[in-house]
Design a protein. Structure first.
Length: 283
């Protein structure tokens, strides 16, 4: 038998061990009747997904708007800088000349619509149009391509005669690759690697360029070639890379509601430094 004081101590210990939680505190905050989870900020899994689906869609929309705004500002800045630079390199068509050619082509096309002509005359005009494609069709270069091309020309000028040789070899390679579109990506890759090796060897053996300058030149050559070949190298019609990318993107967005706490990751986004690093990693 225990003394009365011993029984009181045991009762106190039992009371301390007991956890008293109100049933309402465990339920989902949205009042759906299911149990909530602290990792989901008091919501059940279903309500959590619904709650953050709206936030996710809003974030995606804001991301798209930001990307479009940055792209628009980039294009406006480039157009502004182009208009104040004067004459361009002889290697590329002048901006005004391109606009004049484009305007002439459009006027000719409009006239063809409003001029009464025989079927034979229209057919002849179509043949002439096909033989002489417009500059915009012949060279649909992006702003990024123009910028990289200009930077490449400015860079190789510092190499003088070796630079002229580099540029000549690059132009020949691009022209050659334009006739090899039917090759597989692996075969095109081998052609590119052979070209890089040949140019590097040419700089070292023929022009006696120091190794550090050869390495720097090859970095610029690769940047120029890959930018000019971007459409055919990174998004060719012969592969389903874009389809796979979209599938991955869809999967990532579907899991947007998952938090670090659910994955047992010790990350506290309430700390500004940690939050900045998380945003940087996501970006």
């Amino acid at each position: 038998p225990f003394s009365s004081s011993a029984r009181r101590k045991m009762n106190l210990k039992s009371e301390r061990r007991g956890i008293h939680v109100d049933q309402s505190e465990l339920l989902c905050k949205k009042g759906c009747g299911y149990y909530g989870n602290p990792a989901w900020q008091g919501f059940c899994s279903k309500c959590w997904r619904e709650e953050y689906h709206k936030a996710r869609q809003k974030q995606i929309q804001e991301d798209w708007e930001l990307a479009e705004r940055l792209q628009r500002e980039e294009e406006e800045a480039y157009a502004s800088s182009q208009s104040t630079q004067g004459a361009q390199s002889l290697t590329f068509s002048k901006f005004e000349e391109k606009k004049t050619n484009e305007k002439t082509r459009k006027v000719t096309t409009v006239k063809k619509f409003f001029t009464a002509s025989s079927r034979a005359g229209a057919k002849k005009a179509e043949i002439q149009e096909a033989k002489a494609p417009s500059p915009s069709i012949h060279r649909q270069a992006s702003i990024e391509t123009d910028r990289v091309s200009k930077e490449f020309i400015e860079f190789i000028r510092t190499y003088q005669k070796p630079g002229q040789d580099i540029y000549k070899q690059c132009k020949l390679f691009l022209d050659t690759m334009s006739h090899k579109r039917d090759l597989s990506i692996e075969e095109q890759s081998e052609c590119a690697q052979d070209f890089y090796q040949n140019v590097a060897d040419r700089l070292q053996t023929r022009w006696k360029v120091p190794p550090e300058k050869v390495e720097k030149a090859m970095d610029e050559v690769e940047k120029y070639i890959m930018t000019r070949q971007y459409k055919y190298v990174f998004c060719p019609e012969t592969t389903d890379d874009e389809k796979k990318d979209l599938a991955v993107q869809k999967r990532i967005r579907a899991l947007h509601w998952v938090t670090p706490q659910m994955l047992c990751v010790p990350v506290s986004e309430e700390i500004p430094e940690v939050s900045d690093m998380v945003v940087k990693a996501i970006t």
